[in-house]
Design a protein around this ligand. Structure first.
Ligand code: NAI
Ligand code: MG
Length: 484
């Protein structure tokens, strides 16, 4: 099959108004960091500096937490629930109105294709606010008693793979349940969180209900260790998740941790193969594979392996890698040079442990951080590329002969965030879903998200759930507990 020729279809950068520098958002205003330190955020597709970002340290965090505390005690916890809901609706509507601007800023700062930020990240973030707006005055149905109480001030730390979407997953339930927040975006993707701070101002959200502090892991650790925080909500690496669990273990702080994954995407012999190939591609190449629930371990039933691999390679040859601002692009830039190095190191481990690497022919841009879509065949369970999260566009292919072997291999991991099942037989799908130790299981599809559906993992993939009723419960305590 020959490649289609596409005319360029670039989205316009002028839709986004990115300032040269950004301060911290504390108490409803942009304020300078006390020590005047800053760092740059770059466009990973071009290595151009996009903006200078304030670096928050301990003194700034003290200010942000005290502003969140006073907003909590004086305003937010006293507001009727219905009024909280109105603010969430207002935020959702503004995000919808400014969707194109948010999509452009997300793509410039993160490197993901504009098609994905436009069609996935921003609409899902908006949906999360709409969904939680509806919950604000119905919390007695959240499953934590008749009169559930908010926790207080929540510290929230998010990663760089879905910057605005992870912000929405954190802020929407926290506000709906009556908590106030101090949120730290990742150091490589702070811009949409800072744009969101403007949305809070535009919505007239009371000062201090949402505070955004920018910085790195040291800033994040200082937020975790602040004594006046009631709960930590974190999404990121398992290593940092464990460090957070250790540092709050002697405190009364509660935590939800959304960590890594190494999901099995299982294709049985009776699957619709063409659909499965689409699902495999979506499972690992969506968002450059920077996805905690990515289908990064493909388990193929041995008798369909040749057919699936042949079709998969053909399909991979059609993946368009390059300028994330081009609306035709399927695979954008790797988010940072550090992440590119991690991907390269793990892929080299695949080579040296004896797996076979394959990538379609594709020309990568000379500037920026890029990695071609890649599959490894001949992978065994002991290989690092079968055990460790690569967090890039790299798929490890393993095989199985019987359904029981598929389940054993799928569950043979320290993670358990998600899994995929491809089969024509409903009974087999239900049987397999029951055996799999994973929080989210997709059948005959992959990477589908809905704010009403809880998301979270088993084992080292984390603690707690986000989204749905379960996600609300993580921001509430029952009356009985409060009175103890
Ligand atoms: P990371 O876990 O270091 O960063 C995530 C967030 O945590 C960032 O905002 C960061 O500033 C903050 N942070 C870092 N150290 C902290 C600490 N000690 N205390 C509090 N906050 C801290 O992840 P990183 O280094 O960006 O990526 C490393 C690997 O982690 C990736 O290769 C990937 O495998 C995994 N990862 C998983 C994610 C997920 O969605 N589950 C998201 C990002 C990374
Ligand atoms: Mg950036």
């Amino acid at each position: 099959m020959s490649n289609f020729e596409y005319a360029n279809a670039p989205e316009s950068k002028t839709i986004a108004k990115i300032s040269q520098s950004y301060d911290l958002f504390i108490g409803g205003k942009f304020v300078k960091p006390k020590k005047g330190k800053s760092f740059n955020t770059v466009n990973p597709a071009t290595e151009e500096v996009l903006a200078k970002i304030a670096y928050a340290d301990k003194l700034d965090i003290d200010l942000a937490v005290s502003s969140a505390r006073s907003a909590y005690t004086k305003v937010w916890s006293k507001l009727p629930a219905k009024e909280r809901g109105k603010y969430l609706y207002r935020i959702a509507r503004i995000l919808q109105e400014r969707a194109r601007e948010f999509a452009v800023v997300e793509t410039l700062d993160n490197g993901k294709p504009i098609r994905e930020s436009r069609d996935t990240d921003i609409p899902l973030a908006t949906a999360h606010f709409f969904y939680h707006a509806g919950w604000a005055d119905k919390l007695e149905f959240a499953g934590v008693g008749n009169n559930p109480k908010s926790l207080g001030v929540v510290g929230q730390i998010i990663p760089w793979n879905f910057p605005l979407l992870m912000l929405a997953w954190k802020i929407a339930p926290a506000l709906a349940t009556g908590n106030t927040v101090v949120l730290k975006p990742a150091e490589t993707t702070p811009l949409t969180a800072l744009l969101f701070a403007e949305v809070c101002q535009q919505a007239g959200l009371p000062d201090g209900v949402v505070n955004i502090i920018t910085g790195d892991g040291i800033t994040g650790a200082a937020l975790v260790n602040h004594p006046d925080i009631n709960k930590i909500a974190f999404t990121g690496s398992t290593e940092v998740g464990k460090a957070i669990a250790r540092s709050i273990s002697s405190t009364k702080k509660s935590a939800t941790l959304e960590l890594g994954g190494k999901a099995a995407n299982i294709v049985f012999e009776d699957a619709a193969i063409d659909e499965a190939v689409e699902g495999i591609v979506n499972g690992i190449f969506f968002n450059q594979g920077h996805v905690c629930c990515a289908g990064s371990r493909l388990l193929l039933q041995e008798n369909v392996m040749d057919e699936v691999l042949e079709k998969l390679k053909k399909r991979m040859s059609l993946i368009r890698v390059g300028d994330p601002m081009d609306k035709n692009t399927d695979l954008g830039a790797i988010n940072s040079s550090e992440q590119l190095k991690r991907i390269k190191d793990l892929a080299s481990a695949g080579d040296s442990e004896g797996a076979n690497r394959w990538s379609p022919e594709c020309k990568l841009p000379s500037k920026g951080y890029w990695f071609a879509p890649t599959i490894f065949t001949g992978v065994s369970q002991s290989h690092r590329i079968a055990r460790e999260e690569i967090f890039g566009p790299v798929l490890s292919v393993l095989t199985f002969r019987t359904p029981i072997e598929a389940i054993e291999k799928a569950n043979n991991t320290m993670y358990g965030l998600s899994a995929g099942i491809w089969s024509d037989k409903g009974s087999k799908i239900l049987w397999a879903a029951k055996q799999l130790k994973a929080g989210v299981i997709w059948s005959n599809t992959f990477n589908k998200f809905d704010p009403a559906s809880p998301f979270g993992g088993y084992k080292e993939s984390g603690w707690g759930r986000e989204g749905g009723r379960h996600g609300l419960a993580a921001y509430l305590e029952s009356d009985a507990k409060v009175n103890k």
